[in-house]
Write a protein that binds this ligand. Structure first.
Ligand code: NAI
Length: 357
């Protein structure tokens, strides 16, 4: 049975799905606005050569909904949205294309705010920003991955406290999958604090460069990294790394990392909980970047210390998620969803009351 787009929008209560095209430039973009109860829909612009229109629609809808939950648990006044552009970022991305996208974003009047994502960078945001103010940008000296990595470290410490009764990193063992912008900073912090770290990356040169600059860093292969017996497995590369194949092979006590959509599906979240391995929900762990973006819209301007203080609250929220999971005997990913939905419902109710005659 074929599901219509409206049926999908109804199932997860999306507000808007906007198709944008400009023939001359070959621009085909889709903007999904999932929920703006908490504030304008925030989400990155993903530029990928999607094989089909359906694949692009599925991706933008899934990602926009995830952003709603991320904003809700991060305690920011941002809703969930996303934009996907069906294009090869290397050959098709141009100033003209990005500015055309910026004009479409401008037409939404601030309902959607664009940020960086796979296939886009800070320079692309500047191009979009030539056409619209509805684009996130941090001060030039700041890097969004820094805030994400800082948040991952707060979450790791909360996990250690929950499982071992201490946040001490010294002597604890870690595997880090992916040594990119976030993974490399997490590794640096772990090593500086005396942890034993094994890392991997599919980009062998990148991994070799990191090893050369990081005394004591151990390495493994991308195929084996999730199987190593460690305290914490920290996925910082791809999504769906917690799937029916990998779950029986895990030998860690905790999974806590930056990668988006680590669980292949909800069933895997349930299976993981049954193993007794503690799972820190990804969209809570990796919210540091979104918090920094929210800070960039603060009426007093961006303040680094205030942003870091807000990011450090990820640890408190994670502790609440663990407590709810224990009390209700549910997997942690369900506890996180529940807490996010509670915040959205309470803000929605407060807004309704405020506008009641
Ligand atoms: P990145 O692109 O800088 O680094 C990812 C690294 O993973 C690359 O070095 C890549 O070669 C490696 N990789 C790819 N497939 C791999 C595999 N199968 N095994 C091992 N390594 C593999 O990305 P970044 O920014 O560090 O982000 C990492 C993850 O965190 C992504 O899932 C991203 O969506 C998520 N995230 C990042 C945020 C940020 O602020 N950069 C914010 C929120 C989430």
């Amino acid at each position: 049975m074929n599901t219509t787009i409206f049926e999908v929008l109804q199932t997860y209560d999306y507000e808007q799905l906007v198709f944008c095209q400009e023939k001359e430039l070959g621009l085909q973009a889709i903007i999904a606005i999932h929920d703006t109860t908490l504030g304008p829909a925030a989400g990155g612009v993903r530029v990928l050569p999607y094989a089909s229109e359906q694949e692009a629609i599925d991706d933008v809808l899934r990602l926009a909904r995830g952003m709603t939950y991320k904003g809700a648990l991060a305690g920011v006044n941002l809703g969930g949205g996303k934009c996907v552009v069906r294009a090869d970022p290397l050959s098709m991305k141009s100033e003209a294309l990005l500015r055309a996208l910026g004009r479409f974003i401008q037409r939404l009047g601030g309902l959607y705010i664009a940020g960086e994502d796979v296939g886009t960078n800070a320079h692309d945001m500047e191009m979009i920003g030539l056409e619209t103010p509805h684009v996130f940008s941090l001060p030039v000296e700041e890097e969004v991955a820094h805030f994400t990595a800082f948040g991952v470290m707060q979450a790791i410490r909360a996990c250690l406290q929950s499982v071992y009764g201490s946040t001490e990193l010294h002597g604890r063992t870690f595997t880090v999958q992916g040594t990119g912008a976030v993974g490399s900073q997490v590794i640096k912090h772990l090593l500086e604090n005396g942890a034993v770290v094994t890392a991997t990356d599919t980009d062998r040169d990148k991994l070799d460069r990191l090893v050369a600059a990081s005394p004591g860093l151990l390495t493994s292969t991308p195929e084996d990294i999730h199987m190593l017996p460690v305290d914490i497995y920290c996925p910082c590369a791809l999504g769906a790394v917690l799937n029916e194949r990998t779950l029986p092979e895990l030998h860690c006590q905790i999974v806590c990392g930056a990668a988006n959509n680590q669980l292949a599906d909800e069933h895997c979240g349930d299976l993981l909980a049954q193993t007794g391995i503690v799972y820190a929900p990804d969209y809570l762990v990796n919210a540091g970047g979104m918090i920094a973006y929210a800070e960039s819209r603060h009426p007093q301007g961006f303040r680094r210390q205030r942003a870091l203080a807000h990011v450090s609250r990820i640890a408190d929220t994670l502790e609440r998620v663990f407590a709810i999971a224990r009390e209700q005997a549910i997997p942690t990913y369900r506890a996180a969803d529940w807490l996010a939905e509670q915040r959205i419902a309470s803000v929605r109710q407060a807004k309704t009351l405020a506008t009641a005659p």
